[in-house]
Design a binder for this molecule. Structure first.
Ligand SMILES: [Zn+2]
Ligand SMILES: [Zn+2]
Length: 395
């Protein structure tokens, strides 16, 4: 059976997959600067006999593995390749050699897994019905997101995939397990940059001033009504302010206050309305109190929706591959992911690869300087991805 063949290959190549991951982990590159990573990926693909490949968006690579009837159907597999500006604190043999840059979101794992899946698929390609499109994507961590750039460069054409599958490490799920959710899964994320200008001066004479600190305080409280009163209770929304900068003193009211925040939700129509509503409320309060406001909404990624048929099928295939007990249901996750751009264009399935191992002390979250994975996950990361592609093409 093809499933057993894939499992055996994943097992046999496990140490190679781990070596791929370690090479990438030691040599991280920031978003849209993945030049050495891209060269490494190209070199590996060629060594697997995958020669149909091209560059897109400078550091992205799109490759095709053609099976028996290549025109019949195409499924895309996506792995992101960029790292984060974090100083790694893990003392491991594969520690980052680029000080201040770290694979702290597991994109090394995603790239190595996709390479591993490519190696397996190229070995069994005479049994595949259709084509697998491999997408090695740059710049997931930075707006506008590599996915949006690749789509502009027609990554979803010639051939057009019927669906796209992506995986992401999940340090909350134990190694050996994976998680799926069909329908709404991850949030859109917009950055808010607000400057309130008033008239500063001596704190003892507020009657001669226009106090931007008080304006900012009222505005922050009032904006929470966008989530509690304007948002439908049926649509998850979150509004958080993480930076308020008022550089006065005990007796000095400053001229201006700068505020930064994030707005996230799971509905594009409401997202657009909320932007207007937030600006309206904030402007009303600040102007009513005698100040001026500059309110910038910097649009981030859209919300991520997993297509139901594709995701259910993949979930069942994962149960088949790993055992029923090793496939979990995921809850909505208010973080954002640029995989969402693909899901706005074609059917998508974004699932989670468990990487946690408490007995080895591997529990740190993504985007922390101590993030790491239990590398036993590499066998599943590569093998399951290959199997999901086969399952989609051959059934
Ligand atoms: Zn990340
Ligand atoms: Zn990530």
């Amino acid at each position: 059976m093809l499933k057993d063949q894939i499992k055996n290959l994943a097992k046999a190549y496990k140490s190679e997959f781990i070596a791929l991951r370690r090479h990438l982990h030691s040599n991280p590159e920031l978003s849209f600067q993945e030049y050495k990573t891209a060269e490494f990926v190209e070199e590996k693909l060629k060594s697997f006999g995958i020669l149909k490949l091209e560059r897109k968006a400078n550091t992205g690579i799109v490759a095709l593995i053609e099976g028996k009837n290549p025109e019949k159907k195409t499924i895309a597999l996506r792995g992101d390749m960029d790292a984060l500006p974090i100083i790694e604190q893990n003392e491991v043999s594969y520690k980052s050699k680029n000080l201040g840059i770290m694979h702290a979101c597991g994109h090394d794992v995603h790239t190595a897994s996709l390479l591993g899946a490519a190696k397996i698929l190229s070995e069994i390609k005479d049994k595949l019905e259709g084509t697998v499109k491999l997408i090695f994507q740059p710049g997931e961590e930075l707006i506008p997101g590599g996915a949006s750039l690749l789509i502009k460069e027609n990554v979803l054409e010639n051939p057009r995939p019927s669906g796209i599958i992506g995986q992401h490490v999940m340090p909350l799920i134990p190694v050996g397990k994976v998680g799926f959710r069909s329908g709404m899964y991850m949030a859109s994320a917009d950055e808010l940059y607000i400057t309130i200008t008033g008239k500063g001066g001596h704190g003892a004479m507020p009657e001669t001033l226009a106090d931007p600190v008080l304006m900012a305080s009222h505005m922050i409280v009032a904006l929470q009504q966008v989530v509690s009163r304007n948002a439908s209770p049926k649509i998850p929304s979150v509004l958080s302010f993480g930076r308020v900068e008022a550089l006065g003193a005990t007796n000095i009211i400053p001229n201006e206050v700068k505020i930064q925040g994030t707005f996230r939700t799971l509905n594009e129509e409401w997202r657009a309305k909320a932007h207007i509503q937030m600006v309206k409320i904030a402007t009303g309060i600040v102007e009513g109190m005698g100040g001026e406001i500059d309110f910038e909404v910097r649009r981030g990624y859209p919300f991520l929706k997993n297509a139901e048929v594709l995701t259910e099928k993949a979930k069942n295939a994962a149960k088949d591959y790993l055992g029923e007990e090793n496939v979990e249901d995921l809850d909505i996750w208010m973080a954002a992911e640029d995989f969402s751009y693909y899901t706005q264009e074609i059917d998508g399935c974004f699932y989670r690869l468990g990487t946690r191992n408490e007995s080895k002390g591997i529990t740190s979250g993504v985007h922390t300087p101590t993030f790491d994975i239990d590398e036993d996950a590499m066998e599943i990361g590569a093998g399951l991805m290959a199997y999901l592609a086969v399952n989609e093409l051959n059934s």
